[in-house]
Write a protein of this length. Sequence first.
Length: 115
Amino acid sequence: MKIGTTIRAHRLQKGLSQGDIEKKTGLLRCYLSRVENGHTVPSLDTLSKIAMALDLPISAFFADDTLGHQMNTQKLTDEELRFLTQIRRYSSNLNDSDRKLLLAMVKKFASTATR
């Protein structure tokens, strides 16, 4: 069980930075990084603070992690996941026509991008 990976997955899914969690919990960003990277094992009290900041029950860190599994199979970087989360957040207010236009623009950008 990789609690740090689970924390990172939920944090990124919600479009939050480590700084956002730092503000909500009072835990230092460098400590959160160490937890997410598996260098430090948090106490239950600390897990409780993180769970509250993420609006999750503490049990979410111990359940079968389908969220983390899905993310691992997609092989997305943190930066890619953050970008996609922002796109999802901003596009939720778009109507169907605007979504189609946005998708067409993304396809056009991708086809002309230099690699």
